[in-house]
Design a protein around this ligand. Structure first.
Ligand SMILES: c1cc(-c2cnc[nH]2)ccn1
Length: 250
């Protein structure tokens, strides 16, 4: 997976480029991250990267010429490096909400150019002419697009074949099945009188799988019933959920 990042703060991306699963993916060359900083395209003495909004109002916008130069440079490099035209993504609360299905779509195929805005955002004409897709990580305003960009890249990079070894959990991630995750436990067997559920100590892998699926279904029913709407459950899932609801009602 090839990702070009346009950001005024490329050093922030060390969080995913140098640590953990994503850091390993980068060092192994399974994920390529390259950076373009609009400030490097500034030509004035103060190296300006922001500009005042027409119509007045608080705050600034990203300066058009330096931002466009960075996006164009990243887009050209993407084509050079992969032979494919990149999907140019802008992170904003106005975008498509990122979910696991969206992460899957982003993980396969085209190179990405991810544009992280600062200040009050970017000129709408750049959205129209240079941005292919707007994506949001949630309905809240942040100080910039870098953290959302890292969330999007992390969610997609984990799904790139080979990034997660068999030891990792993505394969079993419940969100891969559109459900909330089941509870997890590790040593010690008892914490302040609270014990690990016996089934997890039983060694019966079939029982353990069913218990985990039942917990995922039950938690989803309790906390995110919207995820179950319009979803067809298998006979096994339906039975396990009914068991959970019966036990919950007791
Ligand atoms: C994506 C981007 C943003 C954001 C970018 N700049 C301020 N907030 C918030 C949520 N999802």
């Amino acid at each position: 997976m090839w990702v070009g990042v346009v950001s005024l703060f490329p050093e922030m991306f060390e969080a995913i480029a140098r640590h953990g699963v994503t850091g390993r993916a980068v060092s192994q060359g399974r994920v390529a991250l390259e950076f373009w900083n609009p400030r490097d395209y500034a030509t004035d003495r103060h190296r300006s990267v922001d500009d005042r909004p027409y119509g007045g109002g608080p705050g600034m916008l990203m300066k058009v010429d330096t931002l466009r130069a960075a996006i164009h440079a990243a887009r050209e490099r993407a084509s050079e490096a992969t032979g494919q035209r990149p999907r140019v993504i802008y992170l904003s609360p106005q975008g498509r909400r990122l979910d696991q299905q969206g992460a899957r779509e982003l993980a396969c195929g085209s190179p990405l150019v991810v544009v992280a805005g600062r200040y009050e955002g970017i000129d709408e004409r750049i959205v129209e002419s240079d941005i292919d897709e707007e994506w949001s990580i949630g309905d809240y305003v942040l100080s910039g697009g870098e953290l959302p960009a890292m969330v999007l890249i992390d969610a997609a990079a984990r799904l790139v074949p080979g990034v997660l070894g068999h030891q990792d959990s993505a394969v079993e991630d419940s969100f891969n099945e559109g459900l909330l995750d089941c509870p997890h436990y590790t040593r010690p067997e008892e914490i302040d009188g609270r014990r690990v559920p016996d089934v997890l100590l039983s060694g019966h892998h079939g029982e353990i799988r069913r218990w985990r699926l039942k917990q995922s279904l039950g938690r989803t029913w309790l906390r995110r019933p919207d995820l179950l709407e319009g979803r067809t459950l298998s006979a096994e899932q339906q039975k396990l959920l009914e068991e959970f609801i019966e036990e919950y009602a007791l």
